[in-house]
Design a protein around this ligand. Sequence first.
Ligand SMILES: [Zn+2]
Length: 277
Amino acid sequence: MAWPWWILIGFGSLAGVVLLLVWLADPGPMKYPVSDHFDGERFFMPEGRPVGNTSLGAVLKWQWEREPAKWPETVHVHPALPEARVAGRRIVATMVGHASVLVQTEGLNILTDPLWSERAGPFSFAGPKRVTEPGIRFEDLPKIDIVLVSHGHWDHLDVPTLKRLRERDRPNIFVPLGHGELLAKNGIEATELDWGQPVDAGPAKLEAVPVRHWTSRWGADRNRALWAGWQVTLPDGIVYFAGDTGYGDGGFFPEGGGTGAGGWLADPFGAAASRGL
Ligand SMILES: [Zn+2]
């Protein structure tokens, strides 16, 4: 049976509005110098696309054939009560959930990709919903000095959480190039860094480092901004946070598999069964 004309027009108009919004969400080329990972329009991985079949057909085939993991409605966690500060070379890392980790060392409280929202996405009523409470209640978080954001995907850059942190603690927020404007529009001050541009932060040196990933929030803005891992160099070692990354040839990971004496490493886990891609 043919669909009534008014339904077709309705769907057509809705699709048109969505496409227009996606197109409007593209900020256009950023004003950064051309480099080995920015062509003046978009960022890219200097070594090119990873070897593998990432065609649309391959993605659809994978989606069709894969058996989705059984996901529980809810998983109970006992939230941790972190110390106010951790002095000296001791490193205490507390998992909050997904890519959010509190790292405490040398008197610094560092938070990666903070996300305390109920859902990851542009809407509070739709999008992937958390099945666990955060591993630390927001109100139990010690005063945060440094926030490191790896890229713009909704499950890593969560504007409402960054706003809460900004209002409560005024931390130094660091983002890879291209994310500062979005945050500034929301009243959040942040420092944009390119790969390999170290900055001093008290006893630590921070540096955005290359990882194999990409970024986008709305589709048309794909790779208008940069993605990064973070390396924090401390007097006795390093803390390394990869954000999201593919493994590639592994050559970009820090020397010694990631940890020097007193070092600590956070790599992504999970969501990696699509080996055919
Ligand atoms: Zn991502």
